[in-house]
Ligand binder design. Structure first.
Ligand code: ARG
Length: 250
């Protein structure tokens, strides 16, 4: 009898604790949004002293504050962001992601928050400043990006362009510095940053490219899209967006 009472009390305690935990979890889920990004793209999203910083986390914080959410940031490879979003591991992507027709088949985008240009970074002693000069050279790009699509398209016409796709930009920069690749196709603001940090490197803007419009991505039909667009409009009108661009020298 005594044993049974102990057992019942034990089970009840476990059940109550689980209910409490589940309750907290649900509450937390509703109040916190998880942003997914590839934190390797200064000055937009990158790591400084182990912390994810940049224009995008700042903008995401402003938006979340306006909408009454707290923000958690997860760093992951760029090529795994869309899968993470569609499986619910993150709530939105803000990772300098360009709006493309192909991506729009799988995710929804907010309005564009920044327009970028494609660029190429190379060693000062090995000038690769045009697509023509990429022939017979090894060109690095980040896996799953529009730069990878761009260079693959060029390689269809000039098969002697060799391509190396890697997950992270700092890895590509290392490969370039030690001479294992000849250039990296990347975007303007980021090359400016990387060239400043590495005096052996320099860059050029690729002139035959269309503008890359960065937007925030959501799962299809998410009601967050509308809310974020409204908050973005307010942030634009109040001058806060301008201030953020200035803060990150954009
Ligand atoms: N804008 C390019 C794209 O959408 C590259 C983005 C890379 N972003 C990053 N955080 N590494 O494919």
């Amino acid at each position: 009898m005594k044993n049974q009472i102990i057992k019942i009390t034990f089970c009840l305690t476990i059940a109550l604790t689980s209910i409490l935990f589940i309750g907290c979890g649900e509450k937390n889920n509703k109040n916190t949004l998880i942003l997914g990004c590839s934190a390797d793209y200064p000055p937009f999203e990158f790591k400084m002293n182990g912390k994810i910083v940049g224009f995008a986390p700042d903008l995401a914080n402003l938006i979340c504050k306006k909408l009454g959410y707290s923000l958690e940031i997860k760093d992951m490879d760029f090529s795994s962001l869309i899968a993470a979003l569609n499986s619910g591991r993150i709530d939105f992507i803000m990772s300098s992601m360009t709006v493309t027709e192909e991506r729009m088949k799988r995710i929804d985008f907010s309005q564009v928050y920044y327009e970028a240009k494609l660029a190429v970074i190379y060693r000062k002693n090995n000038i690769v400043d045009t697509v023509e000069k990429m022939i017979d050279k090894k060109i690095g790009v980040q896996l799953g990006t529009t730069m990878e699509l761009f260079i693959k398209e060029k390689a269809k016409q000039s098969p002697s362009i060799n391509i190396l796709s890697l997950n992270r930009n700092p890895e590509l920069i290392q490969e370039l510095k030690i001479g294992r690749i000849d250039a990296i196709v990347i975007e303007q603001s980021q090359v400016e940053h990387f060239a400043k940090a590495n005096t052996d490197l320099t860059y050029s803007i690729l002139n035959d490219n269309a503008a890359e419009g960065y937007a925030i991505a959501f799962p299809q039909k998410s009601n967050l899209k509308e809310k974020f667009n409204k908050a973005l409009n307010e942030i634009k009108e109040s001058g806060e967006l301008q201030a953020l661009l200035k803060k990150w020298s954009l």
